[in-house]
Design a protein around this ligand. Structure first.
Ligand SMILES: Nc1ncnc2c1ncn2[C@@H]1O[C@H](COP(=O)(O)OP(=O)(O)OP(=O)(O)O)[C@@H](O)[C@H]1O
Ligand SMILES: [Mg+2]
Length: 229
């Protein structure tokens, strides 16, 4: 479905990605973790056409898509959400969906059916997050990129969203998720890649990642220290 091959990206002197390789197979849910500033969002920006890599390839559906614009990629089925929620806040929930699809059943899958006549601006943060992901799903993507979908959610909202993400396999789409909230991510991801200073330092199943020494040193150690401070 997606192959990122030896991608490099610098902003001026700052090397942000240094030879990143990544593969997402059909129907696979892949997690991407790593410290702040590791280059995770930059990687998504490159995959989704918002940024051009200095070097390397992004192969989507067997085609090198470097140079294609985000809207061209979205038409091919590569869709992303942002760290900041983007919906039409002055429209109702169902009007938001109708801008993308005539099928309102997506709202049932996302637990938003009861709220369909509500103006989006009146939704809770968790509902807004669900709506933004429902919008992405309504465009029928083959590959969905989610940047920190759990951030800002209560534990209950996060659990609900994790259940939804695990269940949404319309047309067998694949999902890649950037996330700092690891217990929520590990609920949904089958494979996890760890990005540190622009390099993938480990790839494995969630239970392997948390035991890996290099990952604990680069990321988890600091994170757990913060949690228990
Ligand atoms: N457009 C840009 N111009 C210059 N520097 C940038 C740009 N975008 C990102 N950076 C820098 O690149 C580095 C990686 O940023 P990126 O947003 O990819 O990190 P991240 O892994 O997503 O971090 P976080 O977990 O905090 O979201 C950071 O040092 C950031 O300041
Ligand atoms: Mg980021």
């Amino acid at each position: 479905m997606l192959k990122v091959k030896d991608v490099h990206k610098s902003f001026g002197e700052l090397k942000v990605l240094e030879g990143v390789n990544l593969e997402v197979n059909k129907r696979e849910r892949v997690g991407i973790i790593g410290p702040n500033g590791a280059g995770k969002t930059t990687l998504f920006n490159i995959i989704s056409g918002f940024l051009r890599p200095d070097d390397g390839k992004v192969i989507f559906k067997n085609k090198n898509v470097v140079g294609l614009r985000p809207n061209q990629l979205a038409k091919m089925g590569l869709v992303r959400t942002f760290q900041i929620v983007k919906v039409f806040s002055n429209m109702t929930v169902e009007e938001n969906i109708l801008t993308i699809s005539s099928d309102l059943d997506y709202l049932k899958d996302f637990g938003l059916w009861e709220k369909r006549r509500e103006i989006a601006a009146n939704l809770s943060y968790g509902e807004l997050r669900k709506l933004s992901i429902a919008l992405a799903i309504a465009s029928n993507p083959k590959l969905l990129l989610l940047d920190e979908p759990f951030s800002g959610l209560s534990p209950k909202e996060a659990r609900e969203l994790a259940d939804i993400i695990r269940d949404i396999h319309y047309n067998g789409q694949s999902i890649a998720i950037i996330e700092h909230r690891l217990s929520d991510l590990f609920d949904v991801a089958e494979k996890v890649l760890v990005l540190n200073s622009g390099k993938i330092i480990f790839e494995g199943q969630p239970d392997e990642v948390v035991r890996e020494k290099s990952v604990i040193e680069a990321y988890l150690g600091k994170k757990y220290a913060k949690v228990f401070a």
